[in-house]
Design a protein around this ligand. Structure first.
Ligand SMILES: [Zn+2]
Ligand SMILES: [Zn+2]
Length: 180
């Protein structure tokens, strides 16, 4: 009896049918993986060229998709976008609350704070008359028009500045507030 040639040298009709079925299933899984890689890459990668590269890599049966799942970006684009929106919203909330970062310790402090509650550093001087917080370089209180130099803290810092600039001048001609 002359043996008929079968797939991979298998001669039994049932066995070769089984091999064909297995190969067909593997081919279907492979095509599904190529599609999965393409669909997944589109959700994770913004660059169309990279999506095409990932899909081409997946054409290499099974290994391509495996490598893709190892090196793919960990997040979906929509999650990245959502997180960016959340950060923007949080920033807007912080701005709306009138918060800023303490220049000494970077903790969030309100714009009106006179002293940082975290590191206790002085942030602003209070107006001697109305107690409103004043920015460092304001020469008068914009709320009640009290002159800034009359304030003891500001005057002493003014004295310190002058002393630093010219120690002798301060001694000879002290500013009027020094006489108080
Ligand atoms: Zn602080
Ligand atoms: Zn004032």
């Amino acid at each position: 009896m002359v043996p008929t040639a079968g797939i991979f040298g298998i001669h039994s009709h049932t066995a070769s049918l089984a091999v064909v079925l297995v190969l067909a299933v593997l081919a279907v899984i492979w095509l599904a993986l190529v599609y999965y890689t393409w669909a997944d890459a589109r959700r994770r990668i913004a660059d169309g060229v990279l999506v095409a590269c990932a899909t081409l890599a997946a054409l290499f049966p099974f290994i391509g998709t495996l490598v893709y799942t190892i090196v793919r970006p960990p997040e979906y684009l929509e999650d990245v976008h959502e997180r960016e929106l959340e950060i923007e919203a949080a920033q807007a909330r912080v701005d709306q609350l009138g918060m800023r970062a303490c220049p000494h310790c970077s903790n969030a402090v309100e714009r009106e704070f006179l002293r940082c509650p975290h590191c206790l550093q002085k942030l602003k001087d209070a107006c001697v008359n109305c107690r409103k917080p004043l920015d460092g370089d304001w020469r008068i209180c914009p709320y009640c028009e009290t002159e800034r130099e009359l304030e003891p803290a500001a005057a002493s810092s003014y004295r310190r500045q002058r002393a630093r600039r010219d120690p002798q001048e301060t001694m000879v001609f002290p500013p009027p507030s020094d006489l108080i």
